[in-house]
Design a protein around this ligand. Structure first.
Ligand SMILES: [Zn+2]
Length: 102
């Protein structure tokens, strides 16, 4: 009989006692259905793996403060740019820019 999905996923996550895990392992060895389920989870977790391993805590903190810094710089940049914002085209038309231009 197959272990239910909760037990199987606990086994996959290594959250199950050693002796129980041995039993499930033996079952999975002989059960294509459960093996397929485990394989599916392995595929999913292997997709997630590079993200998990790259993001050790220090790097996360670093990139987080870097991100905050960038956001701050961007904000300041936007404010600066806003201060020297060129006159919008329609306003330029209204103040007679076209006359000088043509
Ligand atoms: Zn099974």
């Amino acid at each position: 009989m197959c272990p239910n999905k909760e037990i199987l996923s606990a086994f996959f996550d290594g959250e199950i006692s050693n002796s129980a895990s041995k039993k499930i392992e033996a079952h999975v060895d002989h059960c294509p259905k459960c093996r397929e389920q485990i394989k599916q989870w392995e595929r999913i977790s292997s997709l997630l793996q590079p993200v998990r391993t790259e993001m050790d805590q220090e790097k996360v903190n670093q990139s987080w403060s870097l991100l905050l810094q960038r956001i701050k710089e961007k904000d300041e940049g936007t404010q600066k740019r806003a201060a020297v914002k060129p006159v919008p085209f329609y306003q330029w038309l209204a103040i007679g820019g076209t006359h000088n231009f043509f």
